[in-house]
Write a protein that binds this ligand. Structure first.
Ligand code: E4P
Length: 218
């Protein structure tokens, strides 16, 4: 399973990359708003830090505007993936960008049908938002499970990967992996939480203490 960092914060991305487990980055307008500056410059810098896909989100409502923004993003670096929200205009933009050979990440997906539509339109990544569904008392993981099952039923969807988004905690990652998501994008905090277990900390403390006893006086 691939792990993407869900942030526009350069220092967080550098930290995750050092751990050797980051395969790409997703940004969105809210994540960009947290860091500010020039979105284009930030994207350029992120693309210099990872060779993996870096999602850049378009903001137009109409397909022409989305395609225009997407073509401009694609010029920033070869690993840019144009992020487009799931609307009918978004589907048109995804299909037009795919025809130009530009990869897209269809975002704000909350049902398997929306994911299937985006994959059929030619999206390279589809992003079901697990956490935001959980937030409204639904089970976000069901969308991942349904999409994984649908993808397993057909060969024609091989161009597209299921990206579990809106990840809130480590169990979301485990459950997405078990359900068959190809990628999970998460905040650095969740990536770090995934390394933690109290018995690991306790074990290190015991080993240190035993080592000190065994080597004292040598
Ligand atoms: C990533 O591509 C999404 O934009 C992101 O995971 C959304 O996460 P949130 O629901 O925590 O804002």
């Amino acid at each position: 399973m691939k792990f993407f960092l869900d942030t526009a914060d350069i220092e967080e991305i550098k930290t995750g990359i050092k751990w050797g487990v980051v395969d790409g980055v997703t940004t969105n307008p809210s994540l960009y708003a947290k860091v500010g500056g020039s979105y284009e410059e930030i994207l350029k810098e992120i693309c210099g830090l990872t060779k993996g896909p870096v999602s850049a989100e378009v903001m137009s409502d109409d397909a022409d505007g989305m395609v225009k923004e997407g073509l401009a993003f694609a010029k920033i670096a070869p690993n840019i993936v144009v992020k487009v929200a799931l609307t009918t205009a978004g589907l048109e933009a995804i299909s037009r960008l795919a025809a130009e050979g530009i990869k897209t990440n269809c975002t704000l997906i909350f049902t398997a049908n929306q994911g299937l539509m985006a994959a059929k339109a030619g999206a390279s990544l589809i992003s079901p938002f697990v956490g935001r569904l959980d937030d409204i008392n639904e089970d976000g993981m069901i969308v991942i499970q349904e999409l994984a099952e649908i993808f397993a039923n057909y060969e024609g969807l091989d161009h597209c990967e299921i990206l579990a988004a809106s990840i809130r905690h480590p169990r979301h990652v485990t459950e997405s992996a078990l359900a068959g998501a190809h990628v999970a994008t998460m905040p650095l905090k969740v990536l770090e939480q995934m390394t933690k277990h109290p018995l690991t900390d306790k074990g290190i403390a015991i080993f240190k203490s035993d080592w000190a006893k065994a080597t004292s006086g040598k």
